[in-house]
Design a protein around this ligand. Structure first.
Ligand code: BYC
Length: 328
């Protein structure tokens, strides 16, 4: 059972509320002590449900996230850029595999997760529903979206669920390479010809609003933050992660002489907080609910991959006599 709405996992098995409360207390004190929860440990059904939702969405984001950059492999400027981009895209798909495995430890089969992705039931990161119009868009994705992802993942790798934290640690190491690759690309363009500079500036203008959305809705309207932070699944709120990103990357962007398309963006030296134009949360909701510029295209590609790859899965799972190796 992975999707039940029960507060106490074992209430269905005839355990008394008192026993459940004891288990909940033990579970919460373990988390408070900084210990990891492992798949075979008792956990409240709501914790399981929230983890599946979040890890699954994260896995989908990696696999769909490979697509905007992936479309540039054939058009990368030069052999070295092509090799690096191929390796990055391959890494992102590998991250999805790690994350699907982590989510599977909570009881949801991978087939169900993929099915929920391609039927539009599950969400994935808003940012991947926008097109990579020019090569410079791939540079901005690799630098700034990977930077945002690292801020989120480094924090959450210190969280409470063992398999997710271990997957995040490994992912962060690879993401750091992606970030360096992205930064190198952006610096190259920003210090290049006027045309290259314009390209990267235009890409930054296109990607800034989705990047501000990337960290999730503001704390005032976030639905899950309170529960997730109480159980140390999320180690920082959406606004705190957004602030950290602005703190680390706005100076680096300005250093390159690029303009961020937000006239209100500035650090309030008294509060130490960045002030910015409130992101358009209606646009965000539209995009995460299937109505962004590329949602249909992204899911169509995934659906096609599922259909075309079915024979490979059948062969590997030895479900189809026609494709099994006779003497294996
Ligand atoms: N996009 O209550 P809230 C990568 C949804 S990939 C879409 O604040 P929560 C990369 C949220 O799911 C790495 N939906 O939620 C790959 C919820 O909807 P439901 C991507 C979003 O969970 C390839 C509703 O809004 N990183 O780096 O507390 C190439 C209310 O939100 C988004 C992850 O996936 C969003 N941005 O916090 C390059 C990190 N934000 O489920 C790079 C893992 C919110 O109630 N996820 N929603 O229908 C998280 O850390 C958290 O889920 C979030 C949101 C911080 C994103």
């Amino acid at each position: 059972m992975y999707g039940g709405g029960y507060i106490f996992e074992e209430s269905k098995n005839g355990k008394s509320e008192a026993e459940d409360s004891e288990k909940l207390e033990r579970f919460e004190s373990k988390i408070a002590a900084g210990e990891k929860i492992e798949p075979s440990d008792w956990m409240p059904a709501e914790y399981r449900k929230q983890l599946i939702r979040m890890i699954e969405q994260h896995a989908h984001s990696e696999i769909i996230g490979a697509l905007p950059e992936g479309t540039w492999i054939t058009r990368a400027p030069g052999f070295r850029r092509k090799l690096a981009l191929m390796a990055k895209v391959q890494d992102e798909v590998g991250h999805a595999q790690l994350l699907y495995s982590a989510a599977e430890t909570l009881g949801k089969p991978r087939e169900d997760m993929i099915n929920d992705l391609i039927t539009g039931k599950s969400k994935y990161s808003n940012v991947f529903n926008y097109p990579a119009v020019t090569w410079a868009d791939t540079a901005i994705i690799a630098w700034l979206i990977d930077a945002g992802a690292i801020i989120n993942q480094v924090a959450n790798s210190k969280g409470s669920y063992g398999p997710y934290c271990r997957a995040l640690e490994r992912i962060c190491v690879e993401e750091s390479f992606h970030l360096k690759y992205g930064h190198d690309n952006v610096v190259f363009l920003a210090t290049g010809t006027p045309k290259q500079r314009d390209m990267v500036q235009e890409a930054l203008i296109r990607w800034w609003p989705p990047i501000m959305h990337f960290f999730g809705p503001s704390d005032k309207i976030s639905v899950h933050t309170e529960t997730l932070m109480r159980w140390k699944v999320k180690m920082a709120s959406n606004d705190d992660m957004r602030q950290k990103f602005l703190d680390m990357y706005v100076p680096k962007i300005w250093e390159l002489g690029l303009t961020i398309p937000d006239p209100l963006l500035k650090k309030n030296e008294t509060t130490g907080q960045w002030e910015y134009t409130e992101p358009d949360w209606n646009e965000f909701k539209k995009v995460i609910n299937g109505d962004g510029p590329c949602n249909k295209e992204r899911l169509a590609v995934r659906r096609n991959a599922e259909e075309k790859g079915e024979w490979v899965r059948r062969a590997l799972m030895r479900k189809d006599e026609r494709y099994t190796v006779p003497f294996a």
